[in-house]
Design a protein around this ligand. Structure first.
Ligand code: HEM
Length: 406
């Protein structure tokens, strides 16, 4: 049981300090080894970094997602959604949400997303060198996936992407106040846009979802807004994060190019494990709670640090290494328990689809340009920019080893 105040040693940056935001892993590694259920003296919050503790927490109703999000939800005027509800309320919203984002929706949009990915790679090939792979591959992929889900026409994609980008500010709990204000305004605009769009959507999972009478209009808009804010940027950034790990590894590129669709999904899981775009998620304890690594009193603010759990050596052999065929891979990049990402399969398949097509079309693709840097934002975990030489003819920044990757 953790009672005495434990402090990070001097020399290890706090994960919310500027240096720690850029590289939180030394702090995560130390905390996981020394105090996996840690009361953080700097913020007063509990940081839970062990895998067993995070999985237990995510399943335990003593940890409320609704209370965890409530402060922010009220401040941000975000509509009610699955992430701001618990128990029966949550289940009521989630069941119809599956019509929008579940496996059947993926089947419905898979061919369209594959055509979009091919078109995207063909356009990328015209440049030869991508100065920012997230901007030039990740964001258009995320827009394509949401456009297919939401039944957007081609000419609606660019304005939609602009709104999604502006509303994504709401993901970052430490966004500076002026930016956070803009994010709130964008959220209102996005909700109005989705409200007007819903009635004219092309045949799509959105049309089926909107026809479901179990939700009120406001609830439906809440789920749509959550899909955009929780989905668009994390999906876009997951492509940059994945390329950062993947491109310096010719062996993995070759395996992905030759492998089956299932093998590409397995590799995508491993890439998400190593660099989870949503590194933690918030809860509040509604009563005293007991985790394998310690007790947390009622009324505590708690972060389940998914990115730390994903590198727990008790569960993952060689946790800092990319093993594209790691299986089973019970990573927590999509969370766990009742709030497990409703779009996990969609994300996994669309990411795998783009990456496997990329390495087949451009087998020598390599990182290029300045050494990639991690942004100081907390959510999503992302690179400030990532240069990619599609034909691998220039000087790459990749080392071909994991030396600089962890
Ligand atoms: C790489 C991309 C993504 C990652 C890493 C990710 C991760 C997550 C995580 C960690 C959660 C759980 C949050 C919690 O427990 O508090 C979650 C929930 C959710 N995600 Fe994703 N997500 C991604 C993309 C998407 C996309 C593209 C969509 C929709 C288009 C989406 C829709 C949702 C929804 C609706 C929930 C709430 C589920 C619930 O509360 O029952 N996500 N996601």
């Amino acid at each position: 049981m953790t009672t005495a105040a434990v402090r990070l040693p001097a020399g290890i940056a706090h994960p919310f300090a500027p240096a720690g935001r850029v590289d939180p892993y030394p702090a995560y590694t130390w905390l996981r080894a020394h105090d996996p259920v840690h009361r953080d003296p700097m913020t007063g919050m509990w940081l839970v970094t062990g895998y067993a503790d995070c999985t237990a927490l995510l399943k335990d109703p003593a940890f409320s997602a609704a209370a965890g999000q409530r402060e922010r939800a009220r401040e941000d005027d975000l509509p009610v959604s699955m992430l701001t509800s618990d128990g029966a309320d949550h289940a009521r919203l989630r069941a119809p949400g599956a019509r929008l984002l579940g496996p059947a929706a993926m089947v419905q949009i898979a061919d369209g997303v594959a055509r979009d990915a091919d078109a995207l790679l063909e356009r990328a090939g015209e440049r030869d060198v991508l100065t920012d792979a997230v901007e030039q591959l990740g964001s258009p992929l995320a827009t394509a996936v949401l456009a297919r889900l939401f039944g957007l026409r081609d000419d609606q994609r660019a304005p939609f992407a602009q709104l999604a980008r502006a509303a994504s500010v709401n993901l970052d709990p430490l966004a500076p106040p002026p930016l956070a204000r803009l994010g709130r305004a964008a959220m209102g605009e996005l909700t109005r846009y989705l409200d007007a769009h819903t009635d004219q959507a092309l045949p799509s999972p959105l049309r089926d979802f909107a026809a479901d009478t179990r939700l009120t209009r406001q609830e439906m808009l809440g789920v749509l807004g959550l899909a955009v804010v929780g989905g668009w940027q994390p999906l876009a950034e997951s492509i940059g994060n994945a390329l950062y790990w993947l491109l310096p590894r010719p062996d993995v590129r070759a395996a992905l190019a030759l492998g089956t669709t299932d093998a590409a999904g397995t590799a995508m899981d491993e890439l998400l494990r190593l660099e989870a775009p949503i590194p933690f998620t918030a809860r509040v304890t509604v009563r005293d709670a007991e985790l394998p690594g310690g007790r947390i009193p009622a009324g505590s603010r708690v972060l389940a640090v998914l990115a730390a759990a994903n590198r727990d050596p008790a569960v993952f052999a060689d946790p800092e290494q990319l093993r594209h065929d790691r299986s089973p891979n019970p990573h927590l990049a999509f969370g766990g328990g009742p709030h497990f990402c409703l779009a996990a399969r969609l994300v996994r398949q669309s990411g795998a689809l783009l990456l496997s097509r990329l390495v087949r079309t451009y087998p020598a693709a390599a990182l290029t340009g300045p050494e990639p840097r991690w942004a100081a934002t907390l959510i999503p975990r992302r690179l400030t920019s990532l240069g990619v030489d599609l034909n691998g003819t220039g000087t790459g920044t990749g080392t071909g080893t994991e030396a600089g990757r962890a």
